[in-house]
Ligand binder design. Structure first.
Ligand SMILES: [Fe+2]
Length: 189
């Protein structure tokens, strides 16, 4: 398993990063699928993400991301089971693809109580792209093939970007919310 880095927001809420070790050809093919999906679905979903992004149920609407979705979820299972000393499997609650152009951004928000965990898989990140910021201090500058995984209660934002950012985002759930699942009530912004 690829090494996992763990950062803590407010000294308590873990944010995990790792890489899937896809080849550049595999990453290129995922990027092409996202671009094709955007061409076929040009109207953006509307949310805190102020950039083109697809429906939250994209995993139900097309089969073209099945392989990469499975890879991302398997890695998130590995990370969380190791960290929590559990043997659970996450369910895919939401999945959407995003293309940030110059000036696009995401306003500060979290994903609770929609799900237990959220993650991003960064497919193509140009130079001078904005980081994902977790106030008050953590900011992660994504790289191609990187996963960033965090509890759904953790606030995050993306300042206006210069470089283009192409990524997959997910909300992940446990079938039965375990006691070590993040909760909203212990997190204040
Ligand atoms: Fe988000």
């Amino acid at each position: 398993m690829q090494e996992v880095d763990i950062y803590y927001v407010k000294g308590k809420y873990p944010v995990f990063t790792t890489f899937l070790n896809h080849s550049s050809e595999e990453i290129k093919s995922i990027k092409e699928n996202i671009i094709k999906y955007r061409k076929e679905n040009p109207k953006s979903n509307e949310s805190n993400v102020k950039a083109w992004h697809s429906d939250y149920l994209t995993h139900d609407l097309t089969r073209c991301f099945d392989d990469i979705n499975r890879r991302i979820m398997c890695e998130c299972d590995n990370i969380l089971n190791k960290f929590n000393n559990t043997n659970d499997r996450l369910l895919l609650h939401n999945m959407w693809v995003n293309i940030y152009e110059k000036g696009d951004r995401t306003v500060l928000h979290n994903h609770f109580p929609r799900c237990d965990y959220s993650c991003c898989y960064y497919v193509d990140i140009e130079e001078n792209s904005s980081p994902i910021k977790f106030p008050p201090r953590l900011e992660i500058f994504p790289k191609n093939d990187m996963i960033v995984l965090f509890g759904a209660n953790v606030y995050h934002e993306v300042p206006p970007t210069n470089g283009k950012r192409t990524l997959i985002a997910m909300n992940l759930d446990y079938p039965k919310r375990p006691s070590n699942s993040p909760t909203y009530f212990e997190y204040s912004q």
